[in-house]
Design a protein around this ligand. Structure first.
Ligand SMILES: *Cc1c(COP(=O)(O)O)cnc(C)c1O
Length: 344
């Protein structure tokens, strides 16, 4: 399968903006007078590398797929979500499918791009409704969005099921792995380069602790990634951020990962002992979805104690549910003691 046949015609024929640094690269230059920059050195007076070459090499070393399979988003993986709609979906014509409950940005990005998003409710046990997802597709369905581990339910889906969807669907399957760094389940990243209609999103915002820097990635077949790079703003990631990211990824593992994982386990075990919590859902992420006796009241109670969690009780299949991010040991202990003090 040639995945480029799924790309919008106007994107296929787009002549991308050519930056000054595309026109000339080389050494032995005495004066860069091609980009209307200021010559006075202050650390940021020059435009950054629009292709983020060094960074893509680093990302390739850390995550596995080759550097030409990497798109870097300077507004997080949210940027990759928007670009995916723009590259594949003709506004007002094409549609996409997503699971629900899941991450809210897919729907907003679909609406901004005038694409109908068909939401398919998960099975009651939060497993993937493979047949119902495929049944929703038609000739104008370009994308299926699967978040794994899923936000807010916390579970991840078996790679075999996602690959089955890739094999049976004539469009792109986008797997948002924002939380995969926390998961012991296998990532779909090892299939990049082999599965032409697979896109995997990752981010530096969660386990890596750099949400404030807004760095996310899309991994896909190089024939697809080329179009992300053509459609993006030429300098979509600042030089300051490229430099910081290179410094902070010198070690290939997220900092504090062991402590985060042990705190997730501790929170799960402690929450299970709380009579105020009816159910603690299994998690492969750094948050825990819990079903409570009264989500709104417990939310307010935690708020009163200075702890902010996410009230997800109005999402499908999530009645009575709060989503609690696992924090530092001190923050987690405070949260647990507040929950234990809660009386309806
Ligand atoms: C937090 C989150 C993201 C956002 O990542 P950024 O790189 O910060 O934009 C993407 N997907 C899911 C499911 C998330 O929960």
């Amino acid at each position: 399968m040639d995945p480029t046949r799924l790309i919008r015609q106007n994107i296929l024929t787009l002549e991308p903006y050519s930056t000054a640094r595309d026109d000339f690269q080389g050494d032995n230059v005495s004066a860069w007078l091609d980009a209307n920059e200021s010559p006075w050195q202050n650390g940021v007076n020059r435009y950054p590398d629009p292709h983020q070459r060094e960074l893509k090499k680093r990302v390739s070393d850390i995550f596995g797929p080759s550097a030409d399979s990497v798109f870097m988003g300077g507004a997080g993986s949210d940027e990759a979500i928007d670009l995916t709609f723009r590259i594949f979906c003709n506004p007002g014509v094409d549609n996409a499918i997503a699971i629900t409950p899941s991450y809210g940005v897919y729907k907003v990005a679909a609406q901004i791009n005038d694409v109908v998003l068909r939401e398919v409710i998960l099975n009651p046990d939060f497993s993937l409704p493979v047949e119902r997802l495929l049944a929703e597709t038609d000739d104008n369905t370009k994308l299926i969005w699967i978040c794994s581990p899923n936000n807010p339910t916390g579970n991840s889906f078996p790679p075999e099921q996602i690959l089955e969807i890739c094999h049976k669907f004539n469009g792109m399957v986008v797997v948002d792995e924002a939380y995969a760094d926390f998961s012991s389940q296998p990532s779909l990243l090892s299939h990049i380069g082999r599965q032409p209609n697979l896109i995997v999103l990752r981010t530096f915002s969660k386990a890596w602790g750099m949400a404030g820097m807004r760095c996310g990635m899309a991994f896909a077949d190089p024939r697809i990634i080329t179009y992300y790079d053509r459609v993006k703003y030429p300098y979509n990631m600042s030089g300051v951020i490229q430099k910081m990211l290179l410094e902070r990824t010198a070690s290939p593992l997220p900092p504090h990962l062991d402590l985060m994982l042990s705190e997730i386990t501790r929170m799960k075990e402690e929450l299970e002992k709380c009579p105020q919590i009816i159910k603690v859902f299994p998690t492969d992420a750094n948050f825990i979805l819990v079903k409570t006796v009264d989500a709104d009241k417990l939310y307010d109670h935690l708020l009163g104690g200075g702890v902010i969690v996410r009230n997800r009780s109005r999402m499908p299949l999530c009645e009575g549910c709060l989503r609690i991010t696992v924090g530092t040991p001190e923050e987690n202990s405070l949260t647990l003691s507040l929950i234990k003090n809660f009386r309806q």
